[in-house]
Design a binder for this molecule. Structure first.
Ligand code: NAP
Length: 525
């Protein structure tokens, strides 16, 4: 199917605006056809009105129907076949195997939410039956469950053109919760967005979901996105991307006359702590793993380990040398966009000008349009602790080794950290006994704590938390990966003294959906 470059306004294709743009192949800087139409504000309004109208119908679809819809989206994505992979590689510079893997992950994610809907327990049904005899006052019958919030605005990131984009985790969790969605397509991969949009639209048609359940608008300026965020029918926002973008959207949402929640998953530096026992025993393999993790996908992962802290020792010297020699062997790789490439270069220029920062190694340099060269940097803990800029994300293949003078210095580094998506401890059993405070310090700021493993690679499962305290996210109470993400787009409602026939199925006396419920304080089916 030919790409149209148009916006998806419910089931209509629309390109009324004068502003157009094209995708760019980051490997050579060449523009790719077709032209994409930036949505006008009136097109965005129409899309949101359709999402509101569709919500009335979609929110009451059964879990079974919504599950069928999510599974169908997955089927339709697979049916896009090789053209999807080719277009996505061309727009992002990412290799075919990576995109094929990401497609699998995207489909699995949709299926996982579908299975959650079939199990049904996610609504968190709670039932406290009446006790008319209770003294001094009778106890009422009170029941609660989660319901969807309303139309949700979704912003994907450039570095996961499938798994954190049009049919990514935010979409899967919002649609699973019963919300309709208006997606802001990412201008770095608009053709991929359109293909996935087509797949969602076909799934809507085949599973008889209301028109307007999904819309998608293009934009290369912030107006389109901001219009979604400020629209009164939009009841929540899911965002994945930069700190700057996420914070701007959050600020706009809280300043609305009726503020709404924004779940912005933003940049992170993912500190790694190497404790002395692990450093002594495993320095070579940690050095190898570090260089691989930092430079994987040209470092363009939100879980890229950008800080590595340890106490100075002769083992630490060997570790740094081993890591430096690995970094030197890494080729310059194509970054996702010229903007990301420039930001990376500026970030490296800026950090290397900071007090006490040294470059220990650089990868093999190659002049390409968007080439990112691996960089291994070092600073001592005194300089690190006195310069908050050194903790900022430099999105790309670099990491900063922090040399602490002793244990208390290392703990001070942990204390001073901001919120991050992950933190890793490389530790022996003995180390873990000697540093009991480290886990409790980190627990207060981090979404996922890892022992002896690098943070790149996020499992999609029920227990995954891909979140963390600000500035990793604007709301640390949830996650953007895994089934727990559904609670971002729902809220609990109580029903008091309702007759059985008026209650939703999840709360009816005979439990027709056979779901797990907290019944008078006990979990029962
Ligand atoms: P980005 O530049 O922030 O873009 C994300 C989306 O937000 C785009 O559609 C962008 O549209 C829009 N946007 C940005 N600023 C905006 C504003 N002020 N108002 C309205 N819309 C705005 O991010 P990216 O470069 O695509 O992604 C890379 C970043 O994402 C990295 O920092 C990475 O760490 C982070 N990331 C985080 C996670 C996570 O789970 N925490 C996952 C993947 C990536 P325009 O381009 O049109 O402005």
């Amino acid at each position: 199917m030919e790409l149209t470059g148009k916006n998806f306004i419910g089931s209509d294709r629309s390109g009324l605006g004068d502003l157009t743009f094209q995708a760019v192949d980051p490997s050579n800087g060449e523009k790719i056809l077709p032209m994409f139409f930036e949505a006008t504000l009136s097109e965005v309004d129409t899309a949101i009105q359709k999402a509101e109208k569709a919500f009335q119908e979609y929110r009451v679809k059964s879990g079974r129907d919504r599950a069928r819809f999510l599974k169908q989206i997955g089927i339709e994505i697979m049916e896009l076949g090789d053209p999807l992979i080719r277009r996505c590689c061309q727009e992002t510079g990412l290799p075919e195997a990576r995109i094929a893997g990401e497609r699998g992950r995207t489909v699995n994610q949709l299926n996982m939410f579908a299975d959650l809907l079939l199990d049904g327990w996610w609504v968190n049904a709670r039932i406290d039956t009446a006790d008319p005899e209770r003294q001094p006052v009778p106890r009422p019958d009170v029941r609660s469950r989660h319901i969807p919030l309303g139309p949700v605005g979704i912003f994907g990131a450039s570095n996961f053109p499938l798994a954190f984009s049009v049919a990514g985790g935010d979409t899967a969790s919002a649609l699973a919760a019963g919300c309709t969605i208006v997606v802001k397509a990412h201008p770095a991969h608009p053709g991929t967005c359109e293909m996935i949009g087509n797949a969602i639209e076909r799934a809507i048609h085949k599973t008889d979901m209301p028109v307007g359940t999904f819309s998608m608008v293009h934009g290369h300026s912030v107006e389109v996105g901001m219009h979604i965020v400020k629209h009164p029918f939009i009841k929540a926002v899911g965002f994945t991307g930069s700190f700057k973008g996420g914070k701007a959207i959050y600020d706009a949402a809280v300043r609305r006359p009726i503020p709404i929640p924004v779940f912005a998953e933003m940049g992170s530096v993912n500190p790694v702590f190497i404790l002395p026992g692990a450093m002594a025993e495993y320095k070579e393999s940690i050095a190898e793993g570090l260089a691989a993790s930092v430079t994987l996908g040209v470092g363009q992962f939100c879980t890229n380990p950008g800080l590595v802290a340890f106490e100075g020792s002769s083992d630490a010297v060997i570790f740094q040398e081993a890591a430096a020699s690995r970094f030197k062997k890494i080729d310059t790789g194509t970054m996702l966009t010229s903007g990301i490439h420039q930001a990376y270069r500026k970030g490296i220029e800026n950090i290397t000008g900071q007090q006490g920062v040294k470059v220990l190694a650089e990868g093999i340099k190659k002049e390409t349009v968007t080439g990112g060269t691996a960089t291994f940097l070092q600073v001592d803990s005194k300089n690190f602790l006195s310069n908050r800029q050194l903790e900022e994300e430099i999105f790309g293949p670099s990491t900063l080794a922090i040399n602490a003078s002793d244990k208390s210095d290392l703990l001070e580094v942990a204390h001073k950290l901001k919120g991050h998506l992950t933190a890793t401890l490389y530790a022996t059993e003995e180390d873990l006994k000697n540093y009991p405070e480290l886990v409790s310090i980190l627990e207060r700021k981090i979404g996922r704590l890892i022992i002896n493993g690098f943070p790149t690679g996020v499992e999609v499962c029920h227990a995954m938390i891909h979140g963390g305290a600000f500035p990793a996210t604007t709301d640390s109470r949830s996650t953007s990966v895994g089934t727990y993400a559904i609670y971002r787009f729902s809220r609990p409602v109580s029903y008091q003294n309702f007759p059985d026939h008026l209650l939703p199925d999840e709360l009816k006396n005979d439990n027709p959906l056979k779901i797990w419920r907290l019944y008078n304080g006990e979990w029962k089916k």
